[in-house]
Design a protein around this ligand. Structure first.
Ligand SMILES: NC(=O)C1=CN([C@@H]2O[C@H](COP(=O)(O)OP(=O)(O)OC[C@H]3O[C@@H](n4cnc5c(N)ncnc54)[C@H](O)[C@@H]3O)[C@@H](O)[C@H]2O)[C@@H](O)CC1
Length: 539
């Protein structure tokens, strides 16, 4: 089900009053971490007793979590080695680990201080105290040996108090260990050298699993960091976070099953939603057919085809339920297959009196301008969902920002660019890719779980546009029949787009071509609406 992601500062701020009230947050975190450690060892080796566990211990509370968890593993019979990487660590955690029989290797930097800005060591109220006498020399070799033969390593070097860039002695230890690693690596709260850049990826910590506390941290949802986080467990330690403060929402097939809009028992075709399709041209009639098929099969109350009579013949030949006469619509899909300008003009003129949502794809994207430049045009004051792939977004942003932006740059930071595009254009941006990123102008990001690779085929985007337009029409009609005139918030449109991407993913699991996906929607949407065995997860 939906998981929300929050900036680390929001999570840290939520902790403060609870800690002041004496709520044992670290104990909760450490207990959950220890349980996951026990499960991991048991799954790998069938036991905890006699296994080898290493803790990479930093200077702060992140080490506290790892050390208390390691103490539990030590009491369960694991041989624990703590590698203390600074001249201070979490004192109580270290004491607990020692009591459970852990050996401690002190491998702090030989530099005077790797962290000159730190004030914690001088603060007597801090949990971090100067407890670990540094003695390097052969310790590095010992540390390497312990890491290399460990069955499980807990990365408790830095957590949410960490800044980019591990001190040199730690980075070099990790680089030396990387080729010899055999055991499992669990990152405590966040991987310590977390950075979205994949520079030097081969010598960075690649966790098998990240166990994060209190709430999902925003930096963990960036698709680029997945190779460093492994799978992510979010442990509820009772922070009671306000979802209004979330910056991202992750959606999966359960969300789709729960929230796909079902027709009302007392509804009719207009209350279900009429979607207008302006797609296809003499050059690309197939796009008109694919988009319309997708709209029909996603369960629109009615589909109106708004393009050329030439394409309409193909469309109606396949779908006799499609109407080509003009009339009311609750949303319009516009752009797949480069519809001819005369039909675009007709449709946009008709739109100027309404606030209905528009989904803009493919050729239509060239019409999207800056938010302020859209004022007074048919694009103003309506929800607009745009569906570029990285190349299309690069072209659009180059035009809007006046600098050359390549698809490669978009690929290096899809979340950041999608956010920027949403902010600049005032639209909901569905940046298509293996990890599709949806960004709203207010900064919210929705991340549907990734779909199958089979979706990367010609015409697949037309099918997605048909799904999104239909869901937009359904939401818009439902809203109207609810009698609520206030516009739906951006977050609702972004989430709706996320559900649409999940529908597309589910169709992608059942076929290998765009027309196959469009046809498969009958089954996917049929299951969603009629409540049969629901779609399975993706990826
Ligand atoms: N506050 C709490 O009780 C809780 C905290 N939790 C844990 O505590 C962590 C946060 O603890 P802290 O605030 O102590 O932060 P960290 O444990 O991330 O470490 C902060 C310390 O590392 C130093 N440092 C940061 N970046 C550095 C770098 N690049 N090179 C060298 N030194 C660096 C800082 O100056 C500071 O001394 C969370 O990630 C989580 O693991 C959890 O136990 C949940 C409850």
């Amino acid at each position: 089900m939906s998981v929300f992601a929050y900036p680390s500062e929001v999570i840290r701020e939520a902790e403060v009053p609870l800690l002041e009230a004496g709520v044992p947050l670290m104990a909760r975190a450490a207990r959950a971490l220890a349980n996951i450690g026990i499960d991991t060892l048991t799954a790998d080796l069938g036991r905890v007793t006699g296994t080898r566990v290493c803790v990479l211990a930093g200077p702060g509370n992140n080490a506290g979590d790892a050390l208390f968890a390691a103490a539990t593993l030590g009491r369960r019979g694991a041989a624990v080695t703590v590698i203390a990487l600074f001249d201070r660590t979490h004192d109580e955690g270290l004491t607990a680990a020692r009591r459970s029989g852990a050996q401690v290797l002190a491998f702090a930097s030989t530099e005077a201080d790797d962290d000159p800005t730190s004030t914690e060591a001088a603060d007597p109220s801090s949990d971090s105290t100067r407890t670990v006498p540094a003695r390097n020399g052969s310790t590095r070799a010992e540390a390497l040996r312990e890491l290399s033969r460990a069955d499980l390593v807990l990365d408790g070097i830095l957590g949410t108090g960490g800044r980019r860039g591990l001190p040199g002695h730690i980075a070099s230890l990790i680089a030396a260990w990387a080729p010899h690693r055999t055991g499992n690596l669990i990152a405590v709260d966040v991987p310590s050298d977390l950075s979205p850049d994949s520079d030097g990826a081969e010598t960075r910590l690649h966790a098998d699993r990240t166990v994060t506390f209190g709430g999902l941290k925003a930096e963990l949802v960036d698709p680029r960091v997945h190779e460093f986080t492994g799978s992510i467990d979010v442990i509820d330690i009772g922070l009671g976070l306000d979802t209004g403060l979330a910056v991202a929402e992750l959606l999966d097939a359960d969300d789709l099953a729960a929230d796909f809009p079902r027709p009302e028992a007392s509804g009719h075709k207009y209350s279900r939603g009429v979607v207008g399709v302006l797609a296809g041209s003499e050059d690309y009639p197939g796009a008109g057919v694919l988009t319309t098929t997708s709209a029909v099969n996603t369960g629109a109350g009615m589909v109106r085809y708004l393009g050329s009579p030439f394409v309409a013949e193909f469309v109606i030949g396949v779908h006799p339920e499609v109407v080509s006469a003009s009339g009311r619509v609750n949303a319009v899909i516009f752009g797949p297959g480069d519809p001819e300008p005369e039909f675009v003009q007709g449709a946009t003129e008709a739109l100027s009196d309404s606030h209905i949502p528009v989904v803009i794809d493919a050729g239509g994207l060239d019409m999207v301008g800056r938010a302020e430049a859209m004022i007074g045009t048919w694009m103003a004051e309506r929800p607009i969902i745009i569906t570029p792939h990285a190349g299309e977004l690069a072209r659009m942003l180059s035009r809007l920002l006046g600098e050359i932006i390549t698809a490669g740059r978009i690929g290096q930071d899809p979340v950041g660019w999608a956010r920027q595009a949403a902010e600049v254009t005032g639209t909901i941006v569905v940046l298509k890719g293996h990890h599709t990123v949806i960004a709203a102008p207010d900064g919210l990001v929705v991340l549907p779980e990734p779909g199958p690779a089979s979706l990367a085929t010609a015409g697949s985007g037309d099918v997605l546009a048909g799904i999104l337009g239909t869901l937009a029409a359904i939401a818009s009609a439902e809203h109207r029949y609810d009698g609520d005139d206030s516009p739906l918030p951006h977050a609702d449109w972004a989430r709706l787009a996320g559900l649409g991407v999940l529908v597309h993913n589910a169709a992608g699991q059942r076929a290998v071509s765009a027309s196959g996906f469009a046809d498969a929607l009958t089954e996917v949407v049929g299951e969603l609406i009629h409540g049969a065995e629901l779609i399975s997860g993706t990826d």
